[in-house]
Design a protein around this ligand. Structure first.
Ligand code: SF4
Length: 395
């Protein structure tokens, strides 16, 4: 058994509670591992990282703004998807001050397609907070960082370790898998005591120097070598120490996730036309999903309801505008969490009424050509494109 590294002194309450939980479950080195093993593991993975890390734009320097931006983008998203977004974002907002001064709609527009839009709104709100409370300088103090909108334990550790070389662990999908296999942890490290264990393991393995590199090295190892299926153990710097490799447990560690129960549902979206314009609506700032993004009004379409009735009902309930239903435009399949949604879009002509909505914060009559300027979700972008096509615009 070995003692845990010293906890950071300037931790805010929410993380301090988590660290106390961790401290209660002292981590045990696997049987047969001499006490100096951790030092060897650190050296091995850092040497591997030096030789094998991918050249990624956010690795060019350790500027806290760049580290923070890349880590927020990388949550729930692949590296390949993030690279062009990161480059476009930095080109538009080269500094934290530029981001703070931007309009939120501009930020959301740049984020369009990356998903989890709350991250973009938090990023923007945090940039404003840093300008207001820290003179525009990204804080190096854990309490101040933890207090920023959208900062959880992962972002805190990623920024403080990579930008400021502070001794903070990180756990995400890659490092979780690598650590569970390395130590031969058989329970689920994503839940309950397993989550406590994995944060403790990530804390225990941290070196005294090159902390940011070490955290990145473990993630990179998970991305390139210790992959979910078919890990390349013969090329792994930890192959000789790894318990999963020794006992051929790679497919059992971590235990496979239970697949979610997929629920099929269907919706109708209504493109309400009036003269040469269409009605687009902005979701409210506190909407659970796609807050502040624009869209054509859409809602569930129960099996027993006729298509034309549903089009009229949805338009009136969501926008206050009475319509006469028109033709179907297109059908879009998309997934949201565990829901497999079939969304049928229909045209409708405004008959009477002004925009008034219990659901949307704003409605605007815009020409189809203007739709490209409005930030929206991926399925609605397909509909925006369809409505903006020249033949549609003549209809
Ligand atoms: S030896 Fe294999 S299972 Fe173990 S950490 Fe390396 S790649 Fe993963």
């Amino acid at each position: 058994m070995h003692s845990l590294p010293k906890l950071p002194t300037a931790c805010c309450r929410k993380f301090f509670v988590s660290f106390r939980k961790i401290a209660r479950v002292a981590m045990r080195l696997p049987d047969g591992w001499p006490p100096r093993t951790l030092g060897t593991l650190r050296r091995q993975v850092l040497a591997w990282f030096d030789a094998n890390q991918r050249s990624l734009p956010w690795r060019e320097n350790r500027d806290p703004y760049r580290v923070w931006l890349s880590e927020v983008m990388l949550q729930q998203t692949t590296v390949a998807a993030v690279v062009p977004y990161f480059q476009r974002f930095l080109k538009t907002f080269p500094t934290l001050r530029d981001l703070a001064a931007a309009d939120e709609q501009e930020v959301l527009k740049l984020w369009e397609g990356l998903g989890y839009y709350r991250r973009a709104r938090h990023l923007h709100a945090a940039a404003k907070r840093i300008i207001a409370d820290h003179g525009g300088k990204f804080p190096a103090d854990a309490t101040a960082v933890a207090d920023l909108p959208g900062v959880g334990r992962y972002i805190l550790g990623a920024v403080l370790s990579q930008a400021f070389e502070q001794k903070f662990p990180i756990v995400e999908a890659n490092s979780l898998r690598v650590l569970a296999r390395l130590f031969g942890y058989r329970n689920d490290p994503r839940e309950g005591e397993g989550r406590v264990w994995v944060w403790e393991a990530a804390t225990a393995v941290l070196p005294e120097k090159r902390i940011g590199d070490f955290n990145q090295a473990v993630m990179e190892l998970g991305a390139l070598v210790c992959t979910p299926t078919s890990p390349k153990c013969p090329s792994c710097p930890w192959a000789k120490s790894c318990i999963a490799n020794r006992d051929s447990l790679q497919t059992l560690i971590p235990p496979p996730k239970k697949p979610p129960v997929i629920v099929a549902c269907r919706e109708i979206a209504v493109v309400i036309r009036h003269r040469e314009k269409v009605l687009v609506c902005r979701r409210s700032p506190d909407a659970k999903r796609w807050a502040n993004l624009w869209e054509f009004p859409h809602a569930d379409w129960p099996a027993e309801e006729l298509f034309e009735d549903a089009v009229g009902r949805i338009a009136e309930e969501l926008t206050g505008v009475a319509v006469s239903p028109g033709r179907e435009l297109l059908t879009i399949q998309h997934g949201v969490t565990r829901f497999a949604i079939t969304m049928t879009a229909a045209e409708a002509q405004r008959q009477s009424g002004q925009f008034r909505s219990p659901f949307y914060s704003e409605g605007r009559w815009v020409s189809p050509g203007e739709l490209k300027d409005y930030p929206t979700s991926t399925p609605q972008r397909k509909l925006f494109l369809e409505v903006s096509r020249p033949q549609q615009r003549l209809f």
